[in-house]
Ligand binder design. Structure first.
Ligand code: FAD
Ligand code: SF4
Length: 517
């Protein structure tokens, strides 16, 4: 055996760099389903099922292509349980001359596989991942010498470099780089109207087997598989992309930040898992969106807003991850050490917005960005939860969770635990923000306008408590100065009352008030 090509669960593209110069006569493919990937964080059932189902479909294609495949199933006898141990055992048997793989999406996995290869004395060729617009080296070059990093500047560079939404004279189409001011409207009071149906893919035989396996091996893990319908093949992912471009993209901008009970999907793309597993290339997603604008099927504000998420944020967070690891995961700028409340794993809370955000997360392995950032993320930050616990939750529950994208979003963007590397200020807000963007508060026993009292919204109490606890570092941030200044309006009694109620919330003794609305 000449080369053994390692393919991980988020590298499911036969044209990936790992396959460059692949010769079926001399080379073979290696894949393994191992328990550790579902247990190092308490991976939800939908997340594990998406990965395993997509891996098995990919494996079937490899066999059909006539490639020699060494594939270990999760419940195979003698399964070693970790990627490193399984690889070590297989290297002894197969004795390849060399190993090749595309860069993994997680520091931990990269280290483990490199060590395994070194211990076996077999050279491992780790190749650039072509499933991004930029390389980590390009990001590092952009970051070098800058006192602070901001996504917007990086995004503009990317627009120019890749000629996306640019005029022939090198100007941004429409004359502006960013159409956020036209996007992100609150939900219309009369309701969401007709949300287009999303692409769903009922499990085929392979996926049904995986669902059974996940129930058998990880029955106690969070989440449900009852309505599993995620794309797990490239053909399905392409179908989901087409449907998004036709049906949802035109409404994407307006509803980007809005929330509505019982409407988890709204006008979002639901393409993150397909892109992260490499069933779809971000270039084809961005090209399809740009084409929809150029053929007048979607407005510029929606298309620019959507492209910015992929060409801007997605690439930017990847650069942050690989240039900041391994130290990044330990960062805890505001010394937050509270445990994550247990109900993050069940949704059992009287707070209407959190109940729905956690509930949809567990049911579907999905919540849209603003639920992640401004509901579950905001609450954990205001409560003062240890960022590593928050990170372990986000990495566990979402079908699109891979550490390179999850960690900077969680630790940097949502928790501000990197002290401002990723974003310029914490996303701190009271319950009034949620009230503006959704009708949740109308059915909640708490009142978003109140900061003290039994029926005060816990977000609002904790927001003021957060400002009080971190007044000094926040006051030094000019983008927070105005918010901090509002503390001057509070007298000592009110400060004491806020702190007392915040402590009670932390102890977990917040229940819906008697005779609540
Ligand atoms: P849409 O809203 O339709 O956006 C389109 C695409 O843009 C997404 O598919 C995604 O690829 C990309 N995108 C949008 N926002 C971001 C972002 N902030 N960072 C990177 N890419 C982005 N995304 C993940 O893919 N995996 C994660 O594990 C993950 N964890 C997150 C944790 C937190 C705390 C937060 C605040 C965000 C997280 N995100 C993560 C980013 C974002 O919320 C999801 O990409 C998005 O909700 C996926 O749904 P969608 O495909 O419908 O996205
Ligand atoms: Fe959420 Fe507070 Fe509104 Fe209740 S009142 S739904 S807890 S923001």
């Amino acid at each position: 055996l000449r080369n053994l090509v390692i393919v991980l669960g988020d590298q499911l593209d036969p044209d990936a760099s790992a396959f460059d110069e692949f010769d079926p006569a001399q080379d073979a493919v290696w894949m393994a389903e191992v328990a550790e990937e579902s247990t190092h964080v308490w991976s939800s059932k939908p997340r594990t099922a998406v990965f395993l189902a997509a891996m098995r479909h990919f494996a079937a294609d490899q066999r059909d292509a006539g490639h020699t495949l060494h594939y270990t199933e999760l419940d195979a006898r003698g399964n070693k349980g970790t990627l490193a141990d399984q690889l070590a055992a297989d290297l002894e048997k197969l004795k390849p001359e060399a190993l090749a793989m595309t860069e993994p999406g997680e520091w931990r996995v990269r280290e483990a596989l490199q060590q395994t290869a070194d211990a076996a004395g077999i050279p491992l060729d780790i190749r650039v991942d072509r499933h991004f617009f930029s390389t980590v080296a390009e990001f590092a070059e952009h970051a070098e010498g800058r006192a602070s990093l901001r996504m917007e500047y990086f995004y503009r560079e990317m627009r120019k470099r890749h000629s996306i939404l640019m005029t022939t004279r090198g100007q941004p189409v429409g004359g502006q780089w960013n159409y956020d001011a036209d996007n992100r409207k609150p939900f219309p009071k009369q309701g969401p109207g007709l949300v287009p149906p999303r692409a769903t893919f009922p499990p085929d035989e392979i996926t049904r087997e995986v669902i059974e396996l996940v129930e058998k091996e990880f029955g106690e893990h969070p989440g449900s598989l009852d309505s599993f319908a995620w794309p797990v093949t490239r053909a399905q992912a392409l179908e989901a992309l087409d449907l998004f471009i036709d049906e949802r993209l035109p409404g994407f901008g307006d509803a980007q930040d809005a929330m509505w009970p019982g409407e988890p999907w709204l006008w979002h793309a639901h393409l993150s898992s397909s892109m992260n597993l490499k069933l779809l290339h971000p270039r084809e997603v961005v090209a399809a969106a740009e084409e929809a604008y150029r053929s007048k099927r979607a407005p510029l504000s929606a298309v620019e807003g959507f492209i910015r998420q992929i060409l801007g944020w997605r690439e930017y967070v990847r650069g942050i991850y690989w240039t900041q690891m391994p130290g990044y995961v330990q960062r805890n700028a505001f010394e937050a050490f509270e445990p994550l409340p247990d109900w993050y794993w069940t949704g059992d809370t009287p707070m209407a917005c959190l109940k729905d955000a956690v509930g949809t997360t567990l049911e579907n392995g999905y919540a849209h960005h603003i639920q992640r950032l401004m509901v579950t993320g905001l609450y954990a930050m205001l409560l003062g939860v240890d960022p590593r616990e928050v990170h372990a939750w986000y990495l566990a529950v979402y079908v699109d969770a891979v550490e390179w994208v999850e960690l900077p979003n969680t630790l940097g963007m949502s928790q501000y635990a990197d002290g401002g590397l990723m974003g310029s200020k914490p996303y701190a807000a009271t319950g009034k923000y949620i009230d503006r963007m959704s009708p949740y508060c109308e059915t909640c026993p708490f009142d978003p306008a109140k900061r003290i009292g039994d029926d005060a919204c816990p977000f609002t109490t904790l927001y003021w408590d957060y400002l009080i606890r971190h007044e000094q570092p926040l006051a030094e941030n000019h983008r927070m100065a105005l918010q901090v200044k509002n503390l001057d309006r509070l007298d000592d009694d009110e400060i004491a009352a806020i702190r007392g109620r915040a402590d009670a919330i932390r102890r977990g003794d917040v229940t819906a008030p008697e005779g609540a609305r």
